[in-house]
Design a protein. Sequence first.
Length: 82
Amino acid sequence: MVTPLAIYGAPGTATVGTPFSWRPLVFGGAGAKTFARSGPALPAGLTFSASTGEISGTPTQSGSVSGIGITVSADGTSKSLT
């Protein structure tokens, strides 16, 4: 039996000029997982990985962003985190 797919976490605060890395916790599901991002653009200097769900980089401008969503998919099932 396969555990149902689930995604958890919150990225926290990134600081201008300081390397940042955050990856959601994903449990369950079967097969390869892919990730998609929705919502506003990430701050300059940060990127999103569709293969891991990781947001990483070194922010180059200050500001705040809210409403970023991350969806994980595996074997026809998807779960989202906002």
